[in-house]
Design a protein. Structure first.
Length: 248
């Protein structure tokens, strides 16, 4: 009898320890949104008491992890492709376009390089040019821009790949490359890089960040609350202050 009582107490203790996790929300967020998503998460927790765990990485990496069973409630992708991928795989409960951004070329802050157009990257001063991987949204946008500007063939052999857009930013900050393609919002968070060119939007697909609420069994009510909060006025101000365009 005593043993049965002890087992029951242990089961109740374990259940009690796990209960807060059911109220937590896991947000898988594109690397370029890391800082602002962490700020919004803190605001949401302060307002609601619900813990938010932000997991930032390349959108392609996060989508693959989700498809392989990662414990995620929401996914903020840096392009539609990876949201589409999860939708086709049956993981999406609902989605909406949330943010927009701009693609820019940056150089180390102490370099005196100037750039009037992407043709200028053919110049011998740009020996190494950092891009995200082809499966990473920022890398895909950059390749599209270079190809549409007719300079890809001339610079392809100079390309240094970064795992995600923040890795590209780090390469430029350290002076390991002469230039790199990042989002305008990434350039804003670093004093060690300088924007030398804003890429015309006509050279690449529109930069959109879909927000996805993922299917969970059982559903996580807190995830639905955060999904709506990310489209609200408080989050909008955070996103706009960080340099993003809020789509809706």
């Amino acid at each position: 009898m005593y043993r049965s009582f002890a087992v029951c107490c242990l089961a109740l203790l374990v259940a009690g320890c796990q209960a807060p996790r059911r109220d937590a929300v896991r947000l898988f967020a594109a690397a370029s949104t890391r800082d602002v998503c962490e700020a919004v998460a803190r605001d949401f927790t302060q307002e609601t008491g619900v813990t938010v765990e932000v997991n930032p990485a390349a959108s392609s990496t996060l989508a693959t992890q989700i498809d392989n069973g990662a414990d995620a409630d929401l996914f903020l992708s840096a392009d539609a492709q990876w949201a589409d991928y999860l939708e086709k795989r049956g993981h999406v409960a609902e989605r909406r376009d949330l943010l927009g951004n701009r693609l820019v070329v940056v150089v180390p802050a102490d370099h005196d390089a100037a750039l009037d157009n992407l043709e200028g990257l053919k110049d011998g001063r740009f020996h190494r040019i950092a891009l995200g991987r082809a499966d990473v949204p920022a890398g895909a946008y950059a390749r599209a821009a270079l190809k549409n500007a007719g300079v890809w063939d001339a610079v392809e052999k100079r390309v240094v790949e970064g795992g995600d857009v923040r890795a590209v930013l780090t390469y430029v900050e350290r002076g390991e490359v002469d230039a790199g393609f990042v989002y305008a919002t990434d350039a804003r968070v670093s004093s060690r890089v300088r924007v030398v060119y804003v890429v015309p939007e006509k050279l690449h697909p529109p930069i959109r960040y879909p927000l996805v609420r993922l299917k969970r069994d059982p559903p996580n009510p807190a995830a639905a609350r955060l999904y709506e909060y990310l489209s609200g006025d408080a989050a909008r101000k955070r996103f706009e202050d960080a340099g993003f365009t809020v789509v809706r």
